[in-house]
Design a protein around this ligand. Structure first.
Ligand SMILES: Cc1ncc(COP(=O)(O)O)c(C=O)c1O
Length: 471
């Protein structure tokens, strides 16, 4: 029998190669066989009836990205020194090297034990309320055309964002290590609230460092942290946003590392944090993948998430890396492309070291972290987690951006068409899905809705209320 390649079948059936691969993985092309990494498809195989035409993404297909086998990728990256290719690592003052080594050793031993895993599973199910559902946005999808938009509802995770997925893990690790306090930085207050919650749950003290600008902007989360018993320590330096909060939390941890654990709030920081955060957050993608298959019988065509430091996105993306699924990280383009007007670290960043890790960073002409801005406090960080920089270089994940105005527009669209109020961070991912849906003819987009927007209501009404008819 004569066999055809994926690209020959794609031309013959007039559908994208991605779609052909997706049908192959779903086992819907009769007689197809896989030899090494390539598919052989019988010349007489018939086209499944819903093998629809999809939007042609114009960049490299996953197969051509690099010599990385994504089936074994998660076991191989990062390496034992915390490197994803050239990104990552641990650039630390001498005193802290031992503390981070202790965290890594503990993580690789205690945290892989069945006791730790069953404790975490119990907490996720009975305390956080997982699994969070996926939800089909009928009215939003219909308003855009024929593309189907789905949300992974991390806004329904306890405390209203994805952050407890890692803070409950970090807190449990602190408990096993015999620490007395959790130290953290926060931007939007979602991570701070999740750390304060973990501290209360495990009976630990809690210090949260937060920039003064963010304290004003995210008042409801500040109140929640205080009510939960955390000390919220205002950071006056610089722009009073996330970067300065990380600087302050790092300095505090340097003094208290023997008795405290620094709960880094994203997939950033020195090794082993990018690894641990990915592992803890991967529950998002593991659940979403299973739920999507169960709901629709196939994988989504596109997966989208917003990228600040990169925790919700890496959690969503990691379980899809080996699949024939297009993956897109959305960065904040803020008010424009000029330095200081956005926080699009992958789009405009250069390789550099900050906060103990090597990655893509927005830098000024002297190589110092550039000023950053986004309407979403949780996205205005001048760097990105090292794994995102790596996945970008590998061409496995595409990074694109949306502006403040596009995010605000998506915020109101989701509120008014679906009755769901998203966090401004998450609204960036929704905005991108809306733009993409208008370009694709058919297909499905799964968006990670990383959090709910209660924290943003006062800010949105004060700044955009009139424009959207709120008197
Ligand atoms: C709801 C929400 N989504 C996303 C983010 C961005 O962080 P990350 O990129 O680590 O997911 C934040 C940060 O505070 C957030 O609060």
């Amino acid at each position: 029998m004569k066999y055809l390649s994926v690209s020959e079948v794609s031309k013959k059936w007039n559908i994208s190669e991605r779609r052909v691969r997706s049908l192959l993985v779903e086992g819907r092309i009769k007689g197809a066989i896989k030899v090494s990494k390539s598919w052989l498809i019988p010349e007489n195989a018939s086209k499944p009836s819903d093998a629809r035409n999809t939007y042609q993404f114009d960049e490299v297909e996953a197969e051509e990205t690099a010599n990385v086998d994504f089936k074994t990728y998660l076991k191989r990256y990062p390496n034992e020194k915390g490197y994803f290719g050239k990104y990552g690592g641990a650039y630390l003052p001498k005193e802290l090297e031992k503390a981070f080594q202790e965290i890594y050793d503990a993580y690789l031993t205690i945290c892989k034990s069945s006791d730790f895993i069953s404790d975490l599973r119990r907490i996720r199910k009975y305390y956080q309320g997982r699994p969070t559902p996926i939800y089909y946005c009928r009215r939003l999808s219909e308003s855009l055309g024929k593309v189907q938009i789905y949300l992974k509802r991390e806004d329904l995770n306890y405390t209203g964002s994805h952050k407890p997925n890692h803070t409950m893990g970090e807190g449990l690790l602190a408990k096993y290590l015999g620490k007395k306090k959790l130290i953290a930085e926060t931007g939007a207050g979602s991570h701070g609230t999740a750390v304060a919650t973990a501290a209360a749950y495990y009976g630990l003290e809690c210090d949260i460092y937060m920039g003064e600008t963010d304290i004003k902007k995210q008042a409801p989360n500040v109140a929640r942290m205080k009510i939960l018993g955390a000390h919220v320590i205002p950071v006056k330096e610089g722009a009073g946003t996330l970067k300065e909060a990380v600087d302050a939390a790092f300095s505090a941890y340097l003094k208290e590392y023997k008795t405290a654990l620094y709960c880094i709030g994203s997939a950033v920081g020195p090794h082993p944090f990018p690894l641990m955060i990915r592992d803890f957050q991967s529950i998002i993608g593991i659940e979403a993948r299973e739920q999507f298959l169960e709901m629709t019988g196939e994988l989504p065509d596109v997966v989208v998430a917003c990228v600040g430091g990169g925790s919700n996105s890496i959690g969503m993306f990691a379980p899809f890396l080996a699949d024939p699924v297009k993956i897109i990280g959305v960065e904040p383009m803020g008010k424009g492309t000029a330095v200081g007007q956005n926080a699009a670290s992958v789009t405009f960043g250069k390789e550099g070291i900050m906060h103990g890790f090597n990655s893509l960073m927005l830098q000024d002409e002297n190589g110092n972290p550039a000023p950053v801005y986004s309407v979403a406090s949780g996205l205005d960080y001048p760097a990105v987690g090292p794994e995102h920089a790596f996945l970008h270089d590998l061409n496995r994940v595409t990074y694109d951006s949306v502006t403040d105005d596009e995010a605000i527009d998506a915020f109101f669209k989701l509120c008014r068409l679906e009755g769901i109020i998203p966090a401004l961070e998450s609204a960036h991912a929704v905005a991108y899905a809306i733009k993409l849906a208008k370009k694709m003819h058919h297909g499905s987009i799964l968006v990670n809705l990383s959090g709910r927007g209660d924290k943003d209501l006062d800010y949105v009404i004060a700044n955009y209320g009139e424009k959207y008819g709120i008197k």
